[in-house]
Design a protein around this ligand. Structure first.
Ligand SMILES: Cc1cc2nc3c(=O)[nH]c(=O)nc-3n(C[C@H](O)[C@H](O)[C@H](O)COP(=O)(O)O)c2cc1C
Length: 188
């Protein structure tokens, strides 16, 4: 299953969605069901898959706005998280995610710009909130060198694809999808 958020952006969460999400499932009107249509489709995809691969570009130190639209649609009480006496509990259990982050600059831990990397802490927080706790980040940093012509595409990608090959050699099911991202470039 492949979803291109840039080609088909999810709807923005609006007042109708917020009201519908607060109504018990059995009590929702047809109009309220319709307001949650995007959520049901996108959450269905997350429930069906065992592993996720996200291609994410860094935009202004954070995630692209279209990925935020997707997050707002999939974080739905009663479907991907619930509140129990112990506090919030994520419902997407036993899932794994690999996240390839492309950025113009370099944000490796302890690098000068590391503190400006809001992509990883945010995605770690929100994905674990909905239960996805097994996360692996591949940082394709320094893409600005491609724009300036300092490096060619295959040289730039080589170290990142090395991580993918390692995953492939471990017979990791995400490897095929990661290699596809390597061919096409990460989606937003
Ligand atoms: C609107 C916009 C904002 C960006 N903000 C940042 C940023 O804050 N830090 C950074 O290192 N690169 C930034 N970049 C560069 C992208 O992260 C980089 O070009 C990346 O390779 C884009 O991935 P893509 O080729 O899949 O679009 C930005 C690019 C765009 C278009």
């Amino acid at each position: 299953m492949h979803r291109d958020l840039a080609a088909d952006p999810p709807a923005r969460v609006d007042a109708k969605w917020i009201v519908a999400s607060a109504v018990a499932v059995a009590m929702r009107s047809q109009e309220q069901q319709a307001a949650l249509a995007w959520s049901h489709v996108l959450i269905g995809e997350l429930e069906e898959a065992d592993e996720y691969v996200l291609g994410v570009a860094m935009h202004n130190f954070s995630i692209p706005s279209v990925l935020k639209l997707w997050i707002d649609q999939v974080v739905l009480r009663g479907r991907t998280f619930k509140y129990s006496e112990a506090g919030p509990e994520g419902l997407l259990k036993g899932k794994k995610a690999t996240i390839v982050v492309a950025s113009g600059g370099i944000y490796e831990p302890k690098s000068p710009a590391a503190a400006l990397n809001y992509v990883e802490p945010y995605l770690t927080a929100i994905l674990s909130f909905i239960g996805v706790r097994c996360l692996r980040f591949i940082r394709a940093g320094g893409a600005a060198a491609l724009a300036t012509g300092t490096v060619d595409r295959s040289t730039f990608l080589e170290p990142f694809l090395g991580e993918v090959r390692t995953a492939a050699s471990e017979n990791d099911p995400t490897a095929d999808e990661l290699l596809r991202l390597g061919d096409e470039g990460p989606a937003q």
